[in-house]
Design a binder for this molecule. Structure first.
Ligand SMILES: *[C@@H]1O[C@H](CO)[C@@H](O)[C@H](O)[C@H]1NC(C)=O
Ligand SMILES: *[C@@H]1O[C@H](CO)[C@@H](O)[C@H](O)[C@H]1NC(C)=O
Length: 119
């Protein structure tokens, strides 16, 4: 028993150091929300941070991205071919950031860059 507990503690310590985590660990998933706006599909984008540390300045590729309803700049602000997520604020510790857009077809967002606080 004490050994198992110790091993668990060591594992937790190891994981909490964020070892082996960088922006390639971030994932993007898209799905239909099931809502329609004037017959146009609404999509949900979910950015998942599986790492025990924050990522900020997350940039997505958004060349040619033209949602039917403009997305609030505090969510996604476009500059050139890049879109900055939530004004560069952190996507926290083991959490998801979700935003929605309305477009006839899903847009193939890719993660271009993100600054990690993983040591
Ligand atoms: C991050 O990615 C690396 C390389 O694929 C993997 O070894 C590591 O377990 C991942 N970390 C998490 C927290 O998913
Ligand atoms: C990613 O962001 C960092 C810090 O903002 C910057 O130094 C680096 O050049 C960027 N990398 C790419 C590929 O844009």
């Amino acid at each position: 028993m004490p050994c198992k507990l110790l091993c668990l503690l060591i594992l937790v310590t190891f994981v909490s150091q964020g070892y082996g985590c960088d922006r390639s660990n971030l994932t993007l998933k898209q799905s239909k929300t099931g809502n329609l706006y004037k017959d146009v599909t609404e999509w949900e984008v979910r950015l998942t941070n599986p790492c025990p540390c924050d990522f900020k300045n997350v940039k997505l590729s958004c060349t040619g991205f033209k949602p039917v309803i403009p997305i609030d700049k505090s969510v996604l602000s476009k500059s050139g071919n890049d879109c900055l997520l939530i004004n560069g604020q952190s996507v926290g510790y083991k959490s998801d950031y979700v935003f929605r857009y309305v477009c006839a077809t899903s847009f193939n967002f890719k993660i271009l860059n993100a600054t990690s606080a993983c040591s």
